[in-house]
Design a protein around this ligand. Structure first.
Ligand code: ZN
Length: 237
């Protein structure tokens, strides 16, 4: 048996630390322990420059996943607690192009990250985009999900104040689960539970109680979303 010395064509570099993997023996880097497959060139780098490029992709994937995912999760929590979704959109909108770039980086075949990390990066991007853009049918989804989850509690609050005189509604607040009601008001016979904003306006969850179709659901609304079960989500300007 003759043994052949490794040629430059055999010389590969560890993607993790740049260690020169002199021979094709072994399956993990002696320097940093990163696993590689001598038969799969995608798991090692041909040059130290390629190694640096792929290490850059790996770091960018990790950093952007944390940043984009963090803002996206924050927007979801904010919406679930009834926070003003405009703030979440204003915070997330400038990051939408970054989220698109992250999806592109995660899809690159020469990015050395695992499939699990690729999927996490895409999930983080989708979370941020879905909470930052007014997408048809997905608009305000964390807030609408919270309203659906708190349906029984909201019905109970509406029933509790259904016959309370307008004068006595002043300065009333309520809470069901993690959804806080900052004020309760009545307009055209409908009961409005204020979720965000101040006395001048904001987001209201309106329970339609007596209003005929010809009368306005709420006052000075910028938008109204019919939640299909007698409840409306409106923005009073
Ligand atoms: Zn290594």
């Amino acid at each position: 048996m003759t043994s052949t010395a490794p040629t430059s064509a055999d010389l590969r570099f560890c993607i993790g630390c740049g260690y020169a993997l002199a021979s094709s023996r072994g399956s993990s880097c002696p320097e940093c322990g990163r696993a590689y497959d001598p038969a799969d060139p995608r798991t090692t780098a041909a040059t130290s420059r390629e190694r640096r490029f792929r290490e850059g992709l790996r770091r960018a994937t990790a950093t952007l996943t944390w940043g984009i995912g963090g803002v996206g999760c924050g927007a979801v929590l904010w919406g679930l607690t009834g926070g003003d979704s405009m703030f979440a959109m204003l915070a997330g909108l400038p990051l939408v192009p970054v989220a698109v770039i992250l999806i592109a980086i995660a899809a690159m075949p020469w990015n050395p990250v695992s499939m699990h990390r690729r999927l996490t990066a895409v999930a983080a991007s989708v979370l941020l985009i879905s909470t930052s853009l007014p997408l048809w049918r997905l608009d305000l989804w964390p807030l609408r999900l919270s309203i659906a989850l708190h349906h029984a509690g909201l019905e109970r609050i509406a029933a509790e104040y259904a016959t309370t005189e307008d004068e006595l509604l002043k300065d009333r607040t309520a809470r069901t689960g993690i959804l806080g009601i900052t004020g309760i008001r009545r307009f055209n016979g409908n009961l409005g539970l204020q979720l965000s904003g101040d006395r001048g306006g904001g987001v209201f969850l309106v329970k339609a109680m007596s209003s005929p179709a010809s009368r306005a659901i709420w006052m000075n609304t910028n938008w109204e979303i019919d939640l299909d079960d007698g409840w409306w989500l409106v923005y009073q300007d």
